[in-house]
Every structure is written in C-alpha cells, then in structure tokens.
Design a protein around this ligand. Structure first.
Ligand SMILES: C[S@@+](CC[C@H](N)C(=O)[O-])C[C@H]1O[C@@H](n2cnc3c(N)ncnc32)[C@H](O)[C@@H]1O
Length: 328
C-alpha cells in the first residue's frame, strides 16, 4: 500500500534535487539514498504534529538535522560529507550504509521533530545600518523583527562589505543604538552552543563565507548586550507602541512566513506605526517582484520608499535613483 507521506516526501526531494541541480554536492550525494527511505515510519512519527508548506521545507530540515549531528561528532558516518571537511569526491564517500547508520541516531529524529530551519544572515544588516546612518539616528532602540538569533543586531560591530553598483560605499558612520532587541516566534540563543550548532547546520555544506560571517557574529555577540523576546510578529506593532523615544525597527526575509491575512494586517499596522510619529523608522529587506530579487524599503513619517535592491545575501546594493548616499 502506498504511504501518502512517503510519496509526498519523495516528490519534495525530487523537486529539491531539480532546483539545486547539483550545486550542493553533499546534498546531491544524499538524495538517492534518502528517496529510497522515504517510507520509513519514523518520518511520520517525527512529523505527526507538524505541517510544512513549501516543497523545500522537509528536504532542508532533513539536511540540517543530519548536518547538526555530523557537526557535533567527527566520527558521524556523514561527517566528511556534511561537516565542512575537505572532501574531494563526496559522491563516492557516501553510500546507503552511511545514511542507514545516521538514521539510527535518535538525535537526528529529535531534530526533525523539534527544530525549524532558521538562518541568520548578517549580510542583511544593511537594512538597518544604511537608514541609521543616512537618517542620522541617535539614541534609538533597535528592534529586529523575526530576528532568529539576533545576530544582525550587532552588525555595526562587524565588517561592512556593502558597495553600490559603482563599487563604492554608500553609508558611513552609524551611531550605536541604546538598546538592541530581537523579536521572533522561536528565538535562538546566540550564546548557547546547541543553538549555535543548529545555526551552523542550517548553512549549506561548502558555504564557508556564510559560516565565517556566522562565527564572527557569535564573537561580536559576546561583547554586546542584546535581548531576545519570543513574540509573534502579529503582536509586534502593539509591542513597539510601548517603546518611548526613537525606534528603528527592521526585518529581513520574514514577511513571507506570515499567512496572507496576517501579513496584510501586520503590514498595515506597521505602516501606521511608522507614519504616526517622527523618530520611528521601519525598514524592510524582503523579496520583491521583478527578479531583483530583494528590495530595501524604508517607512517613516515622510512616507514609504524603495531605497534599493539586492540579493538574499547582499554585498552589492543597487541604489534607487535619489536614495540616500552618505560618506562621499
Ligand atoms: C529566514 S529567517 C530570517 C532571520 C533574520 N531576519 C535574517 O535575515 O537573518 C526567518 C525568521 O522569522 C521567524 N518567524 C517566522 N514567522 C514568524 C512570526 N509569525 N513571528 C515572529 N517570527 C517569525 C522565524 O522563526 C525565523 O527565525
């Protein structure tokens, strides 16, 4: 008899493999043995109380769960493949037996049941550093909406890689905020090794620059005081209303996690919040139509404006004509 979850998971893995088209050799080596095991009843048990929307959700959770186990144990059967060790020919190193053993590890199934794929990409901090600099904000509260581990809150302490299309910097001095707060449905603890390892596991094998950014940010977190609050973004506008003084609230790659009705309500409330009073700024770095693929939109008492476009992991920002440019 056919198993509906097994069929769905098989199809998800097949589509994911097609999407990545061999770009991640470690994943490429695992699709086939995974597809052969999609009827394993432990998948259904781990996900009995969970639902997934996008076709890539389950494949990415499986890969991150395996990688987390491999990162914690150098003797893990998939350590060479998944734990960023140099491996010349990954496809030959992994076989059914390696995955078979990895799937006997209870920790793998615990990850599948409890963890969520959560990235935290400090390249996206341009969304707040640019407005903080260009608008000359001083003595403000900084709020990360959908903060993951809150690493973007300390990005003023990290290297600033961003350039415009002419390969020039487009903002300079950033006055440090007086308070740094992250709001997330499931905040990760940037000081806890288990959460740090999970964040590393969510970086794809071979993405060494991203891993380096992550580790740099963990370091910066040690010398800066930040707060992490568990909160649904639906409640963020009311939460922000309680904060006195200037506030810069920003978000990156979180909007599309909200169901459509909730998202519309949230966006309307945030626009109202930002336009109501001078000293409030809401900045977004989110997917936009037209292939950019992301836009940086800044809302304040003067209105809403697209300042620029960039990638999901930005170093280059294409400034919209007339967008603020300071420092040169
Ligand atoms: C793709 S991550 C992006 C994290 C961070 N903004 C960045 O760019 O690195 C999305 C984050 O949004 C959070 N999230 C999703 N839905 C949420 C909601 N309704 N309320 C608060 N946070 C949410 C997730 O827990 C996750 O940490």
């Amino acid at each position: 008899m056919s198993d509906p979850l097994g069929n769905a998971l098989r199809e998800d893995l097949r589509r994911h493999r097609e999407l990545l088209a061999g770009r991640v050799p470690a994943f490429e080596a695992l699709y086939r043995p995974l597809i052969a095991r999609t009827d394993d009843v432990r998948f259904a048990a781990a996900w009995a109380h969970r639902s997934f929307s996008a076709f890539y959700d389950r494949p990415l959770l499986i890969f991150a769960s395996l990688r987390e186990r491999a990162l914690r144990d150098p003797h893990h059967p998939l350590a060479a493949l998944l734990a960023d060790q140099p491996a010349a020919d990954t496809a030959e190193r992994v076989d059914d037996a390696g995955l078979e053993i990895a799937m006997e590890d209870a920790g793998f199934w615990d990850n599948l049941g409890a963890r969520h794929v959560q990235t935290n990409e400090t390249g996206r901090a341009v969304v707040w550093l640019w407005p903080a600099s260009a608008l000359g904000l001083r003595a403000y509260t900084l709020v990360d909406l959908g903060s993951s581990a809150g690493l973007n809150l300390v990005a003023d302490r990290l290297e600033h890689p961003w350039r415009d299309e002419d390969d020039q910097p487009f903002f300079d001095e950033v006055s440090p905020p007086t308070r740094r707060v992250g709001l997330d449905l499931r905040p990760l603890d940037p000081h806890a090794e288990a959460d740090r390892r999970w964040l590393r596991a969510c970086v794809w094998p071979g993405e060494h620059a991203r891993l380096q950014r992550l580790n740099d940010a963990f370091g910066a977190m040690e010398s800066e005081s930040t707060e992490q609050v568990a909160l649904d973004l639906a409640d963020a506008p009311a939460w922000l209303d309680e904060i006195a003084g200037p506030v810069l609230a920003y978000q990156s790659i979180v909007r599309d996690y909200l169901p459509e009705r909730e998202r519309k309500r949230y966006e309307a409330a945030m626009s109202r919040w930002a336009s109501e009073r001078a000293g409030r700024v809401w900045a977004e770095l989110e997917y936009v139509e037209g292939g950019a693929p992301c836009g940086i939109v800044v809302h304040d008492v003067a209105g809403s404006r697209l300042w620029g476009t960039c990638s999901y992991h930005p170093t280059v920002v294409r400034r919209t004509e007339g967008a603020p440019c300071v420092g040169r």
